[in-house]
Write a protein that binds this ligand. Structure first.
Ligand code: PHE
Length: 343
């Protein structure tokens, strides 16, 4: 019987060690230690033995059971460790992995253009300012010398927001409200540019978007004259478009500047000779500018007897469109990789 017991024990231990998974080990355990196992059968056979032999035999059967149990516990530990290792390996994420194709992305053409413009003005000693896109009527119109119902308000088709009293909060129609915010928050001398997104209630077409970008400039200092404005625009034109390009001003009207002007730059394609892009004029119109109206200085808390200033504003997307000869400005918004990857 003892030989038989030894045999059962050693094959049992072998089977335990051969179990390849925790699942398999569980069924081997059932077979080796369960009610129908050979070891259980030995226990039943003990009853038939004489008393003095039964004690020794009982001890040996218990010993055999312990050996098998220990083997199972050991195998279970090692299988569990293996399975854990495999799971960690499978779930591992390599956060440093480089995915080659389809190539790195890059900044949108509008953002690149804005960055370049900021660089040019920072080089001229300006600082960059920002204002909110959801603006109040006062900053967008009233403080810019357009009281309620002023006819010039119709120059900007406006999206109003459903907030507070009707027509008190809107999506800013230009970056000019940032002029007022800057004047309110800092004392002159002021030299800032304010780039940002603006909104117009318009049907998009190849030269107009309902959501586009402008960059505003504002200078307030002692003794600033129209000549400073003209000189600044000329300097900017040369720095941005390169030497040999020039600017010119033509009389215009804005309620917040007096006198006001449109500024034009030499056509960068024909250099003034006349071509399709500039409608044979040799000039491309970029934006508006003028001397800051005394009422606007007052709205900003600045004494117009002591300080004077100029302001200008133009479209960033429009500038990029001209420079890269983009036929349809709506392409800027479509997110078509074939368009975006060209710039
Ligand atoms: N805000 C004007 C526009 O949107 C442009 C402008 C800015 C004109 C500053 C004069 C001075 O058309």
């Amino acid at each position: 019987m003892f030989d038989e017991l030894e045999q059962v024990t050693s094959t049992g231990v072998e089977r335990v060690r051969a179990a390849a998974t925790l699942e398999e080990l569980r069924s081997v355990e059932q077979e080796l230690l369960g009610k129908k196992s050979p070891l259980a059968a030995f226990n039943q056979r003990l009853g038939a033995l004489p008393t003095e032999e039964r004690k020794e035999a009982g001890r040996r059967v218990n010993e055999a059971r312990t050996v098998v149990q220990n083997a199972i516990a050991e195998r279970r530990r090692s299988l569990a460790a293996d399975e854990r290792r495999q799971r960690l390996q499978a779930e591992r994420l390599d956060l440093t992995e480089v995915i080659p194709a389809p190539g790195r992305g890059h900044l949108h053409l509008t953002t690149q253009t804005r960055d370049e413009l900021e660089d040019v003005f920072i080089g001229m000693g300006y600082q960059v300012a920002e204002g909110p896109e959801a603006e109040d009527d006062w900053h967008n119109f009233e403080a810019l010398n357009m009281p309620p119902a002023h006819p010039a308000r119709s120059m900007w088709d406006t999206f109003y927001l459903d907030l507070g009293e009707p027509e008190t909060v809107l999506l800013r129609t230009h970056t000019s409200p940032v002029q007022v915010r800057v004047m309110q928050s800092q004392a002159p001398p002021i030299y800032i540019v304010a780039p940002g997104r603006v909104y117009r209630y318009e049907t998009p077409d190849p030269r107009h978007l309902a959501v586009f970008h402008q960059i505003e400039g504002l200078v307030v200092d002692k003794g600033i004259s129209f000549a400073d404005l003209a000189g600044t625009i000329e300097t900017f034109t040369n720095a941005y478009f390169g030497p040999g390009t020039h600017s010119r001003l033509r009389p215009s009207y804005f309620p917040f500047t007096e006198p006001s002007a449109e500024f034009e730059v030499t056509c960068i394609f024909c250099h003034g000779d006349g071509c399709r892009v500039c409608s044979q004029t040799g000039w491309i119109e970029l934006g508006g500018c003028g001397m800051v109206h005394p009422n606007v200085l007052k709205a900003g808390g600045i004494d117009p007897e002591e300080w004077t200033g100029f302001a200008f504003g133009f479209g960033i997307d429009r500038l990029a469109q001209i420079r890269h000869q983009v036929d349809d400005e709506r392409d800027f918004l479509v997110n078509d990789i074939r368009f975006l990857s060209q710039f």
